[in-house]
Design a protein around this ligand. Structure first.
Ligand SMILES: CCCCCCCCCCCCCCCCCCCCCCCCCCCC(=O)SCCNC(=O)CCNC(=O)[C@H](O)C(C)(C)COP(=O)(O)OP(=O)(O)OC[C@H]1O[C@@H](n2cnc3c(N)ncnc32)[C@H](O)[C@@H]1OP(=O)(O)O
Ligand code: NDP
Length: 535
């Protein structure tokens, strides 16, 4: 397929209301697009943008599995009727007709796609966006390999049988090579060939896989980053007669601009921690304030991905190009500053029914982290559970806290290191876009104002994840004031008790106490005498 043009891939730019229409939007018009992972965080934003900017596209096929008691149709209905898709309905009223959900399970070797569906996909698909993956850090290696490696291989096999296919865009992660400090736009080999890993997963039992997992992942922190790296190798090996590009986003966060700021719908990455800090559960976290917080808004990733799809199809580069979708190179923000901005946002946008007042800090070594975990996390949870027991309720805080600390320990790796990603391809692509495309498919994060972004992020977490209304803010502020008073009262009582015990046991403490009382008395007497003299 590489190297030969079969159709008109350069549609003439059209004029809409005096403005030249975006070339990228025009490119997707009339196209049949296959998206995997369309029910996920990135997939939904990608699909929304496609429908909004290219309402004339022919069809979007999405590979979906039934989940949580919902059929495919119910899942699609829920997505199309969500707040995220509100604008789409104005621009593309027949969006329901343009989306075709295809039953698939990427956990199964043949992806479980029916013969008829497969035939339709093979003969009609013009572009593939492969977003589906397991993003859990602690997934069992067998499952992570199945989804992030084998399913990618299966999909590439299908792609190689698609006569109309113009481009296959694979979504990886900027952290697939997080064992390196500087990461170029190349595919780095892993010591063991993906094919060997895939084969071995078929006959090794779970216990043996558990045993060899640390050896296989080597200096990577988890099975996720390791299997994403293997997935890239598979892409490279199968890319000979396909027109492929890889997009590597860093830590994907809430929307920056589109369709509206602050939209987020899962707890991955920073979102879960923002909730934990805002509700007062998370008080300290091991992090390096000066390390780069390489967050990238999800709409930026979607824009870059669509631009890559267009560029790859139109220009058919000779080799597989890799695009780093990161912010650190263009507009760096640091964890210290970001943490500070998150805490400042809680002042304006407090969460309801907080456990404690939001206050968190970074710890820098294991000992202080363990100390603060004991004092600021576990002790309050135990006290609260004791109170729940006393009042006849079921204790739950210790369990919740243990889960949070486990999550935090998995994210810490990313909070204590900085990476440099080269971005020549991303910059090249930016320069290839017309001014209108740069506006419509903006992925230039130099324009991003972090303070504003973080405030919208916190607001989005409150509205779309916690489903809290802004009308409840005054009550939430009152609740925080009450918590502050309880905090002061508790500390004062604790101090008095400790002091009383100390005085009872130590002559030295008694001497200090008498000295202080004596000093205060003399000071007050002097103050009173001097003010009487003045009168
Ligand atoms: C000088 C200044 C001073 C001020 C300093 C102030 C500093 C304080 C900071 C304040 C806080 C501010 C926050 C700032 C932002 C920090 C963000 C740091 C994030 C760094 C993340 C980097 C990751 C990037 C890596 C690569 C990117 C990718 O490519 S992958 C995509 C990312 N993937 C993930 O994030 C997946 C992570 N999740 C998992 O792997 C699993 O869920 C888990 C292992 C964490 C948990 O698994 P488990 O089976 O135990 O549980 P599960 O069933 O999944 O869920 C249990 C409950 O926990 C909730 N949950 C799940 N995930 C999270 C999460 N990430 N955070 C919080 N909670 C989570 C889940 O909903 C469940 O809840 P219940 O349903 O209630 O039981
Ligand atoms: N979020 C982030 O911070 C980052 C993400 N990425 C990459 O971006 C891509 C998208 O991630 P994101 O949207 O955040 O992830 P999500 O977890 O939100 O979405 C994952 C998608 O994959 C689908 N999927 C998982 N398992 C199966 C299966 N067995 N069969 C069919 N579909 C399945 C999910 O479907 P279902 O709804 O049925 O579960 C969902 O649509 C991934 O490739 C990820 O590696 C890269 C960097 C950072």
């Amino acid at each position: 397929m590489k190297g030969h043009l079969t159709r008109n891939l350069f549609p003439e730019p059209q004029k809409t209301k005096g403005r030249v229409m975006s070339t990228i939007a025009a490119f997707y018009s009339g196209k049949s697009i296959l998206i995997t992972g369309a029910t996920g965080f990135l997939g939904k934003v990608l699909m929304e943008k496609l429908f909004r900017t290219s309402p004339d596209l022919k069809v979007i096929y999405i590979l979906v599995r039934p989940k949580a008691g919902q059929t495919l149709q119910q899942r699609v209905f829920q997505i199309l009727n969500s707040k995220l898709f509100e604008k789409v309905k104005d621009v593309c009223p027949n969006v329901h007709e343009k989306i075709r959900a295809i039953y698939a399970d990427l956990n199964q070797n043949d992806l479980a796609i029916s013969k008829e569906d497969k035939q339709e996909l093979l003969s009609c698909t013009d572009i593939v966006f492969h977003c589906a993956a397991t993003v859990r850090f602690d997934d069992h290696l067998r499952h992570a390999v199945q989804l992030n490696v084998t399913a990618t291989q299966q999909l590439l096999l299908m792609a190689s049988q698609m006569p109309k296919l113009e481009a296959f865009i694979h979504i990886s992660t900027a952290f697939s090579n997080c064992n390196l400090k500087h990461i170029d736009e190349v595919i780095y080999p892993c010591p063991v060939e993906p094919k060997k890993i895939i084969d071995s997963m078929e006959w090794l039992d779970d216990a043996i896989i558990d045993e060899i997992t640390p050896k296989l992942i080597g200096d990577r922190p988890n099975t996720y980053t390791y299997t994403k790296a293997l997935g890239e190798m598979v892409v490279q090996q199968e890319s000979s007669n396909l027109n492929i590009a890889i997009v590597r986003p860093s830590i994907v966060g809430a929307t920056w601009q589109e369709p509206f700021p602050g939209w987020v719908d899962n707890l991955n990455g920073p979102s879960g921690l923002i909730i934990a800090a805002g509700k007062g559960f998370l008080r300290a976290i091991r992090g390096t304030p000066k390390a780069v917080a390489d967050l990238i808004p999800v709409d930026t990733v979607a824009n870059l991905t669509l631009a890559v799809g267009w560029y790859t199809a139109v220009n058919r580069p000779k080799s597989t190009l890799i695009y780093h979708c990161t912010s650190g190179n263009f507009n760096p923000c640091y964890w210290g500053k970001m943490g500070f901005q998150v805490l400042a946002a809680f002042e304006k946008i407090p969460f309801e029914r907080a456990f404690r007042r939001p206050y968190a800090d970074f710890t820098t070594n294991t000992i202080t982290t363990q100390y603060w975990n004991a004092v600021s996390h576990r002790a309050p949870a135990i006290i609260y559970d004791f109170y729940l027991r006393l009042t006849g309720r079921k204790p739950r805080m210790t369990k919740l806290m243990n889960r949070l600390l486990r999550t935090v320990s998995m994210l810490e790796y990313f909070l204590n290191r900085s990476w440099e990603w080269s971005t020549y391809n991303t910059e090249m692509l930016m320069s290839e876009l017309s001014p209108e495309d740069q506006r419509v498919f903006n992925f230039d994060v130099r324009q991003l104002n972090w303070l504003e972004y973080i405030e919208n992020y916190v607001l989005g977490v409150k509205k779309y994840l916690l489903k809290e209304d802004m009308a409840g803010v005054p009550k939430a502020k009152q609740h925080l004031k009450r918590l502050r008073n309880i905090h002061y009262l508790f500390n004062t009582a604790l101090f008095l008790i400790a002091w009383r015990l100390l005085i009872a046991r130590s002559q030295m403490a008694r001497n200090v106490w008498f000295f202080i009382v004596n000093f205060c008395y003399k000071f007050l007497s002097y103050f009173r005498a001097s003010s009487t003299l003045k009168v």
